[in-house]
Design a protein around this ligand. Structure first.
Ligand code: ASP
Ligand code: MG
Length: 458
């Protein structure tokens, strides 16, 4: 069997849902288990209406709810035609009526708890899965709706609840396996779950990929397909390099490095349960289903001719240089500095130290003036904003001599501010001015991706 997960843009309207019904139909012989996200932007809107209600802004919350109701009814009407729509009509109305009730209740109390927030936000995947299962049946895909809250058992940390894998595996065998064996196509909403006591939870933003990985691992899937709206992962941002290549196959560790640097296709941590069981994860495009996309595997074939898999950039970085004239290397100084970042909940990316200074990079954010004030009590501090981290990722750079020389030769006319070679030994990062990002990426891409291994790149 296989798991097919469709993200928000792949189910954004009737046209998109009709398209994915065709894609699933073409794979019925593989016995798919389908996981769906909420329709695009619905999760954000649900969070906004919950927040509005929590501030007592009842009308604002109800207005947003009304828009979401309209969108779901229009989509269902378009997909199902009058006859079938009548059957679903009352079900959808009662869902939306209970959501409205809930929003009125939250507004009256004027307080939004994490538990209630999860309940509100769960409507996104509940509604999309109801409509999609019905649309599939209408298109001769033998779908059966599965409530994720019967399968994805979690702990009680609302907003980031932790799935309980053993119980989930047991429930998948109990509820999903017989359906699949009987030729049905289970359709389950991603992202949501429930505690053992039956309280609705969510497993973190973007969590539908995680739900798909859990289902794939629990059902021993042959592969997991993550359907999005791009042709998999690219060697770099095609807006900067129009000749960027599609990456056919990438390792889990490489994909994880890239995700951190803003390659938004999917966050590999969420597919770890699948990778741990050696189940390949494919990133595919529902608008271009013929394209083979990108395959994420536990380990890429050794001895690839290409040094790197991809080049990414993280913009809006600030370098903070901390010069400790007297306390230099004094015991406890580093700890004191990092305690300040910790206190302001500010994540540090790259760190480099010299005899007289520590340089760190952080994402530019509002906390910087406050951090500055605290750091200045300890040392002289200098800030440079509008910087960017360029990151090159590739497992083949391990133990290969001369890599740094090649990289810096390619950008020899660009001012490099900080350099870091990751402890993972699969990435090289350096900091440049934001304005130098396009030139740096273009030169590196020309240097390392002009001739590529056809086994790995398209
Ligand atoms: N709908 C949820 C979100 O937007 C989960 C997902 O789509 O993966 O975060
Ligand atoms: Mg997503």
């Amino acid at each position: 069997m296989i798991v097919m997960k469709f993200g928000g843009t792949s189910v954004e309207d009737a046209t998109a849902i009709d398209r994915i019904a065709g894609i699933v139909k073409g794979r019925l012989a593989k016995h798919p288990f389908v996981v769906v996200s909420a329709m695009s932007k619905v999760t954000d809107t649900l969070l906004s209406m919950a927040a509005a209600a929590g501030k007592g802004e009842r009308d604002k919350a109800l207005n947003l709810c009304h828009q979401v109701r309209e969108r779901h009814f229009n989509t269902a009407g378009e997909l199902l035609g009058t006859g079938l729509f009548t059957e679903l009509h009352s079900e959808l109305h009662s869902e939306f009526d209970s959501l409205e009730q809930l929003l009125r209740g939250i507004s009256a109390v004027g307080e939004l708890t994490p538990r209630t927030s999860d309940y509100v936000v769960s409507f996104g995947e509940r509604l999309s899965s109801i409509i999609i299962a019905a649309a599939f049946v209408a298109r001769d895909v033998p779908a059966t709706l599965l409530d994720a809250r019967q399968i994805i058992i979690t702990d009680g940390q609302h907003g980031r609840a932790i799935p309980q894998v053993d119980e989930i595996n047991h429930l998948l065998q109990l509820h999903a396996k017989p359906l699949i064996d009987g030729g049905r196509v289970p359709v389950m909403g991603g992202f949501i779950g429930s505690t053992r006591e039956g309280i609705t939870t969510t497993i973190g933003r973007g969590g539908s990929d995680f739900s798909a990985a859990l289902a794939g691992a629990g059902l021993n899937a042959e592969r997991i397909e993550i359907w999005t709206d791009v042709d998999g992962m690219k060697t770099t941002d095609p807006r900067i390099c129009p000749n960027a290549h599609r990456i056919k196959v990438i390792s889990f560790d490489e994909a994880a490095e890239l995700a951190y640097f803003g390659a938004k296709v999917l966050h590999p941590a969420t597919v770890l349960p699948a990778v741990e069981k050696n189940i390949p994860v494919l990133v595919l495009n529902s608008r271009n289903p013929e394209n083979e996309g990108t395959r994420i595997v536990a380990r890429t074939p050794q001895k690839s001719k290409s040094l790197f898999k991809a080049i990414a950039a993280k913009q809006r970085i600030t370098i903070i240089e901390i010069v400790a004239a007297r306390m230099l290397m004094a015991h406890g100084f580093l700890a004191a500095v990092f305690e300040i970042f910790e206190r302001h909940r500010c994540a540090v990316d790259i760190v480099s130290t010299s005899e007289v200074s520590i340089s760190v990079t952080v994402d530019s954010n509002e906390a910087i003036p406050a951090i500055a004030a605290d750091l200045e009590k300890l040392a002289y501090v200098k800030f440079s904003g509008r910087q960017a981290i360029i990151c090159l990722v590739g497992e083949s750079i391990r133990e290969r001599p001369g890599v740094a020389a090649q990289v810096f030769d390619a950008v020899k006319d660009i001012n490099v501010r900080m350099i870091s070679q990751g402890a993972s030994e699969i990435n090289m990062s350096f900091v440049v001015e934001e304005t130098d990002v396009p030139a740096a990426i273009q030169r590196l891409h020309a240097r390392f991706f002009s001739e590529v291994d056809p086994e790995v790149f398209d």
